[in-house]
Design a protein around this ligand. Sequence first.
Ligand code: AP5
Ligand code: MG
Length: 215
Amino acid sequence: MNLILLGAPGAGKGTQATKIAERYGLIHISTGDIFRANIKNGTEIGKLAKSYIDKGELVPDEVTCAIVKDRLTWEDVAKSNGYLLDGFPRNLFQAEELDKFAKLDGVVNINIDFKLLMDRLCGRRVCKECGESYHVSTLNGATTCARCGGELYQRKDDNPETVGSRLKVYEEQTAPLIDYYTKKGIILNVTGTEAPAEVLFEQVKALLDDLAKRA
Ligand code: AP5
Ligand code: MG
C-alpha cells in the first residue's frame, strides 16, 4: 500500500505517520526529516535546504523530487508493504512528477482549523534522539524526552514569522492538491481539529483498513 499524508504544517502528519507506518508495515518517508538530517550533517543538500526552510519556503522542486525518486528505490521499500510519503508532494509540479514514478493507493488528508496551528508549532518541542513531539504546555518544565530521555529542542522554523510563511505556502501551493487527488478518487479525509492524536488515528485506521481490504 503506497500512501501520501497531506495536511498543513502542524496538522499532525508526523504524529500520524509513525502510527500508520507501524500498523501497516510501511516505510515512512518525510522530506522535512530528510532535509533536517542533511542540515545536521552539513551536506551540500543541507546547506541549500536550510536557506529555504529557515524562511518557510519550499526547497526547489528538482532537488526534492530527485531525493524522493531515489529514496523509493532503496531496498527497505522493496521489502516492505509499501511507503508513506509525509510532506511530499507539496505542489502540483511535485504531484505530477510523482505520478511518473509511483503508483499510489490513497492520500490521507488531515483537515484542521488553522487557528490551532500557530500555537501548536511555536509550542512544539521535539526529541533529538527519537523524534517524539511534545507541546511546551504539557512538559511542566521538562527538557528531556519521557520516552527515551533524549534532549528536547525547538525546530528553527517553529517561530511565528516562519510559521506564518509556511501556512501561506501551504494555502497557495499545497492545498490545491486536495482537489487534485479528490479528482483521482483516492483522497481519504479525516478531521484533526478536536481529536487527540489517538482518536484521530482511529479515524485513519478505519479508512486504511477498508482500503487495505480492497487493495
Ligand atoms: P516538514 O518537516 O514537512 O514540516 P511541515 O509540513 O511544516 O509540518 P510539521 O512537521 O511542522 O508538522 P506535522 O504536520 O508533521 O505535525 P506534527 O505531527 O509534528 O517541512 C519543513 C520544511 O521543509 C518546509 O517548510 C520546506 O521548507 C521543506 N520541505 C519539506 N518537504 C518539502 C517538499 N516536498 N518540497 C519542498 N520543500 C519541502 O504535530 C505538530 C504538533 O502538534 C506536535 O507538537 C504534536 O505533538 C501536536 N499534535 C499532533 N497531533 C495532534 C492532535 N491530534 N491533537 C493535539 N496535538 C497534536
Ligand atoms: Mg512533520
